[in-house]
Design a protein around this ligand. Structure first.
Ligand code: ADP
Length: 486
């Protein structure tokens, strides 16, 4: 049956609609691959448009009663889901590593990070509040209330298969919204395991519906056109984000978009190089570089550039590459052959334009989609990887001379998610941070993601924020009552 667990993993493999597990109406399934071997792990029901419509109908039907559920009850359910995720850390980490490739230690880290969104939003569910003021002339009361936006479409990528789901499901459920959720086709098992946990936590039927599919455009397109969905929250490429924004227009749907990035990592004049290298290891190597927050361009003050590149190369070159499930591995495979081929193409282009590979630079042979940690020195700023999200373990180092120059290089991109600045000079730190066109700044740190912080970008990196005090706002409407005083 679709609920029964495969021998290796405690993950369901069916569609989850209206509180029940089932096959796709077509009977079709698709294979989930292990990126460390390229081999099939298991297969999962391949939802089609008919299934998508059933999921949307279930979410729509459950909306009113879920919105009417007491905030404390929604809070308790999310808190229980947080605790269950933590309890099942090993099980979930094994699933994440199997279908996505990251080392087990990192997968455990993702479980902790992903669970935290449920704890955070369980705490926010009971703190949704409005306002009560008077009009300027004192003649009218203004009573402001908040209400859930309605059924939501959630679409997530494969790089953080658990956390990208909880980051959307947490605030949606806290706000009183029901959801239809389409995980990335590379990583459906984590999403289905999460659905299983939500059931155990007490989420009522129809409140969360999960439809894995190989027909993303068909399934999500049917939701966008349904007329009953009131909101889409998407994390993925800028290209697909733009398609969804266009599809949101006919129904004037609310949108939250977490799109691509092209993060600059600036090692400023007089910076502590060792500290910058440590920060770079996190900003570059977290998730094998497969993160929208990954440092994509390293701008290093010219007198420090060679030392920085050499020290970074020494650390990156010393990392152990291998299957994520093996002991001691620090760098797993990339997600698939397309992902790896793109990285190699970008590296070759930079080398053709005069860059030097201090370490790495050639893809590994043999099975699995491995790519060695690579540091490129003396990169020409016209290289394609300067304007393309690398999504792999490749650090491109570009020397610069003046602060004005580096700010203009850093801002010379359509994206604006995050920027990293390393300097011991507080004036310089704040001045540069203010001049960067980004939604988030890492000052002397390579990690900005945290459930308590408002994550998101400017320019073509997206719309809206996830996490923090404002994260729940994305799923709430304002309603104001005008009440004359008499
Ligand atoms: P990535 O490069 O990280 O795979 P994508 O933007 O292609 O980024 O994928 C992110 C999510 O968007 C995935 O769940 C994917 O299936 C989904 N997706 C891809 N194309 C479409 C589409 N045309 N409409 C809706 N969702 C899509």
């Amino acid at each position: 049956s679709t609920r029964s667990t495969s021998t290796e993993f405690a993950s369901p493999t069916g569609l989850f609609i209206g509180g029940s597990w089932g096959e796709a109406r077509s009977g079709e399934t698709f294979d989930v691959l292990d990126p460390a071997t390229g081999e099939v792990i298991t297969s999962v029901a391949d939802g089609g448009v008919v299934d998508a419509e059933a999921a949307m109908a279930a979410a729509t039907q459950a909306q009113a009663s879920w919105a009417a559920t007491a905030p404390r009850e929604r809070s308790v359910i999310l808190r229980r889901a947080f605790e269950l995720i933590i309890e099942r850390t090993e099980e979930l980490a094994a699933i994440i590593t199997a279908e996505m490739g990251k080392p087990l230690a990192d997968a455990r880290g993702e479980v902790a990070y992903g669970a935290e969104f449920f704890r955070w939003f369980s705490e926010e569910a009971v703190r949704i509040s409005g306002d009560h003021t008077l009009t300027g002339d004192g003649k009218n009361r203004i009573i402001v209330t908040r209400a859930p936006v309605g059924p939501c479409i959630l679409v997530t990528p494969w790089n953080f298969p658990l956390a990208m789901g909880t980051r959307k499901i947490g605030p949606a459920l806290a706000a009183g919204c029901t959801v239809v959720f389409k995980p990335a086709e590379q990583t459906p098992l984590t999403a289905l395991a999460l659905a299983d946990i939500l059931v155990d936590a007490g989420v009522p039927d129809g409140v969360v519906n999960v439809v894995p599919t190989t027909d993303a455009a068909g399934v999500v397109g049917s939701w966008m056109a349904s007329g009953t969905a009131r909101k889409i929250s998407f994390t993925g490429s800028t290209e697909v984000g733009k398609i969804l924004l266009a599809q949101a227009a006919p129904t004037v749907m609310r949108t939250s978009m977490e799109l691509g990035g092209n993060a600059p990592f600036i090692v400023a004049e007089g910076a502590d190089v060792d500290r910058a290298v440590d920060g770079a290891m996190v900003a570059k190597m977290r998730n094998m570089g497969e993160a929208c927050t990954a440092a994509n361009r390293f701008f290093v003050h010219r007198p420090l550039a060679a030392e920085f590149a050499d020290k970074l190369a020494a650390k990156m070159g010393a990392l152990t590459v291998g299957a994520g499930s093996a002991d001691g591995v620090e760098v797993g495979p990339l997600i698939d052959q397309d992902g790896r081929a793109k990285v190699q193409r970008l590296v070759d282009d930079a080398l053709d334009r005069g860059a030097r590979a201090v370490v790495g630079g050639t893809e590994n042979s043999g099975p699995g989609y491995f790519y060695p940690p690579t540091v490129l020195d003396s990169v020409d700023s016209a290289s394609e990887l300067m304007s393309t999200e690398i999504f792999g373990p490749v650090a491109a180092v570009v020397p610069y001379d003046t602060e004005d120059e580096v700010i203009s290089l850093a801002n010379d991109t359509e994206w604006g998610l995050v920027g990293y600045v390393f300097t011991q000079d507080i004036d310089r730190a704040l001045r540069m941070g203010e001049r960067l066109e980004v939604g988030m700044v890492g000052l002397n740190t390579g990690l900005v993601s945290n459930p308590a912080a408002p994550f998101g970008g400017v320019k073509q990196s997206g719309l809206g924020r996830e996490g923090g005090k404002v994260g729940i706002d994305e799923f709430l409407e304002y309603k104001y009552f005008a009440v004359p005083r008499s």
